[in-house]
Ligand binder design. Structure first.
Ligand code: GAR
Length: 196
């Protein structure tokens, strides 16, 4: 039985697209629904065009009540009977109340070589620090932001005159290689970290 995957996006959704496009007939998982907090997310339009189910729950009416927002997502997801969630550029922090029931079954991609640079502006921070290399990490989601066991990393060398935007673009290319490769092996039951 294929694992039923829900993919969460907030923006363009290029990582979501890379995951969906990799989930062919022989893949151990299948994309079932694409979820967003943002009805304008490019990823939602792409998913609709691709014939995938979509769920949009706008976070704004919930204000600071993150658990009510998360409850609305959980209710909307229940009929899809998901086995796994992949966060793919989902820019809302999820609390322990949502994360804990998905423990060991929710993945995230983060644009840094964790444990370096949790949170935002990772590319600028790597450049400011004068690091020799940067990259991206896929990890299991735990209630602590951008923590949790590492399932894979891809490295990108920094160049002398890099801007954060140029670096982000090179990291994104690696994200699109890493995330599908990690999901493929994780969904087949192999949790060994994949280092590209
Ligand atoms: C990606 O670089 C992803 O790693 C990052 O947002 C971008 C989303 O791009 N995620 C985070 O910063 C999570 N905190 P995409 O919508 O094209 O996949």
């Amino acid at each position: 039985m294929k694992k039923r995957v829900g993919i969460f996006v907030s923006g363009g959704g290029s990582n979501m697209r890379a995951l969906v496009e990799d989930m062919d007939a022989r893949h151990p998982a299948e994309p079932v629904v694409v979820v967003s907090n943002n009805s304008d997310a490019g990823g939602i339009a792409w998913a609709r065009d691709a014939g995938l189910a979509t769920v949009v729950v706008d976070h704004r009416p919930y204000g600071r009540d993150r658990s009510a927002f998360e409850g609305a997502i959980s209710n909307a997801l229940a009929p899809f009977e998901l086995d796994m969630i992949c966060l793919a550029g989902f820019m809302r922090v999820l609390t322990a109340g949502f994360v804990t029931p998905w423990r060991e079954r929710m993945l995230n991609i983060h644009p840094s070589l964790l444990p370096k640079y949790r949170g935002l502006h990772t590319h600028a921070r790597a450049l400011e620090a004068g690091d020799a290399e940067h990259g991206c990490t896929v990890h299991l989601v735990t209630p602590e932001l951008d923590e949790g066991p590492v399932l894979g990393q891809a490295r990108v060398p920094l160049q002398a005159d890099d801007t954060p935007e140029e670096l982000a673009a090179r990291v994104l290319v690696q994200e699109h290689r890493l995330y599908p490769a990690v999901l493929r092996r994780f969904a087949s039951g192999d949790r060994r970290p994949l280092m590209l």
